[in-house]
Design a protein around this ligand. Sequence first.
Ligand SMILES: [Zn+2]
Length: 306
Amino acid sequence: MRIVLLGAPGSGKGTQAQRLVERFGLPQISTGDLLRSAVARGTAYGLQAKAAMDAGRLVSDDVVLGIIHDRLAETDTMRGYVLDGFPRNLVQARALAAMLRQIGKPLDAVVLIEVPYSVIVKRIAGRRSCPKCAAVYNIHDAAPGATLRCRNGADHPPLIQRPDDNEATVSKRLEVYEKSTRPLVDHYAGQGLLRRIDGDAPTDVVTQRLVGALLQPAPGRGKVQKAKPKAKAKTKAKTKAKTKVKSKAKVKTKAKPKKKPATKSRAKPKKKAKVSVKSQRTKKKAASRASSGRKDATGRGRRARR
Ligand SMILES: [Zn+2]
């Protein structure tokens, strides 16, 4: 299974990717880890990445893509993988698709973990980590008034807050996500690859939703697993409209006389009704076409009666 996990920083992508690794035995491919490792090993890409980071620049798409390309050539990815933190923008997504097309192994699923930004800000601002073992905790998980301490040993020092885990930095990171990564949602939805899950729940519950979404047979375009309320309402409307068109198409099919040649003209609107579910307008058009096709069918059916 070749999977991409999408989600804002703090949506729990990394944690959930780790769960998928345990559950399905797939390697987790995280750009952050790959970059750090390339830098540590001093590879050609690693040196370029280091130069960029040292200069306070973002690592270029070329370097990131090169590193991903090399990683995907390793044999442990034969059965699939979980990409976490990549692709981060449309350029990377298109490059990834081209890369995978070349080896004939396209993505199987893209899962968007949806968490309201207000929750993310609270989550990240509440993050504390152990300076000794790097274990991560959240002050919001602790009982009110209790001091949170590392559970990995009585001798571990008090937890600290990482400098970039404050509200101002989080807002900045969310802005970047919104601008460059968020467009991937529509991009993958358009390809019928996207599945959405509500990530505003305890880790285990989110994992269940994630696995459920992945085991779901066909992603489809309007299917959503427990999206956040807003998205839910939208999707419901979408699904409804779709069903309407579909059911009309069905009725029409029933009314269709068995004679083949006569169905030719009607086959067209039916196809359109099924395929073009992209915009409300198209849907409406398709629906009216479908229904007029139906009227047509009855009329012609009568005329065509032998
Ligand atoms: Zn510790």
